[in-house]
Write a protein that binds this ligand. Structure first.
Ligand SMILES: [Zn+2]
Length: 330
């Protein structure tokens, strides 16, 4: 059909050229919009040796985008409630200002406030041409012989996919693309069939999307919170299969909350986040003081792995969440 069409329009070559150009442009754009996978060469035999002592050799961090702490009880999220019962938690931790996804996660993972890390943008468009080269929890862990993997569910995380800081990382393509919790967990499952990263980071996007569409603390937002809760349960099951029961330490937190159909302000509903530690090395109970900042997460993860955070990081390890008396030395 296309040849008949072409034959009948012998004089339309400029138009065909335009169509051809458009097709090429579309194809190129589609390529540029595909998911982004970044892998590093394995650490191999020349890897630096891991510290002798640690609370755990395996840490899993799950960040639930837009999860307000009061949503856990409001919607009866069963997994998160169980982690709080069995672990150590605060429902009054804080994120930074601006309380937006990329600035907040950058603080969570670099232990630095926005004034220091400078990531104030929150769009995929900017993210496409940038990379965040500061030391972060992945780069420090990997420099000490730990393997690392990160599963991001939004395209805007691409600046954190820095080679040689992560053995494996993935993020959706495009400028504003996102993946459901179910999609991200399926990819984590596939990855863990053959890999056993010492540090596994998983970002789940669902509650934030529902908050922007229908409003925080609405029915639709509640359904998204429960979908994220299911994903957390599945990640725990996958981690138990990969590391062994009781052989990993888990942190579940969020980048920000929200109110109305947005977030980003200094309103307590935007900046208050949950912070839950569970699993190996954790001392159960509610954490009352000192107040926990999202910048403490990176230092805490390194501390559990037996490492010190860089001295210029603003965050501090939340040592009160752990029983430092059960350090492993194998
Ligand atoms: Zn958002």
């Amino acid at each position: 059909m296309s040849s008949r069409h072409a034959a009948g329009q012998g004089g339309a070559s400029p138009r065909r050229a335009v169509i051809f150009t458009a097709l090429v442009a579309t194809a190129l754009a589609a390529g540029a919009c595909g998911p982004r996978y970044v892998r590093s060469a394995p650490l191999g035999s020349s890897a630096p040796s891991q510290p002798r002592a640690s609370l755990s050799r395996n840490v899993v961090v799950i960040s639930v985008d837009g999860l307000r702490p009061d949503a856990i009880d409001e919607y009866g999220a069963p997994t998160l409630q169980r982690l709080m019962r069995e672990g150590s938690y605060s429902l009054a931790a804080s994120t930074i200002f601006p309380s937006k996804t990329l600035p907040s996660h950058t603080s969570m993972l670099t232990g630095q406030p926005p004034e220091r890390h400078g990531v104030l943008w929150n769009t995929g468009a900017t993210a496409r041409s940038s990379s965040i080269d500061l030391p972060n929890v992945f780069s420090v862990a990997r420099a000490h012989g730990y393997s690392t993997a990160a599963f991001f569910s939004k395209a805007k995380f691409q600046p954190l996919q820095v080679r040689n800081t992560l053995d494996y990382s993935q993020a959706p393509g495009g400028w504003f693309n996102k993946w459901s919790s179910a999609r991200t967990v399926a990819d984590v499952r596939t990855y863990l069939h053959t890999a056993k990263p010492n540090l596994l980071f998983v970002h789940l996007a669902d509650p934030d999307g529902a908050g922007h569409r229908a409003g925080w603390m609405t029915e639709e937002y509640g359904r998204a919170v429960l979908a994220a809760d299911t994903a957390v349960q599945q990640i725990i099951e996958l981690s138990e299969r990969t590391y062994g029961r009781g052989q990993f330490s888990l942190v579940v937190t969020a980048d920000h909350g929200g109110h109305g159909t947005g977030h980003g302000s200094q309103d307590p509903r935007d900046v208050t986040i949950p912070w839950i530690a569970w699993g190996q090395g954790v001392k159960p109970g509610e954490l009352e003081s000192p107040a926990i900042s999202t910048m403490d997460t990176a230092s805490t993860v390194l501390w559990v792995l037996g490492l010190s955070a860089p001295t210029d990081w603003a965050g501090n390890a939340v040592i009160q969440a752990y029983d430092a008396g059960i350090v492993r030395t194998d």
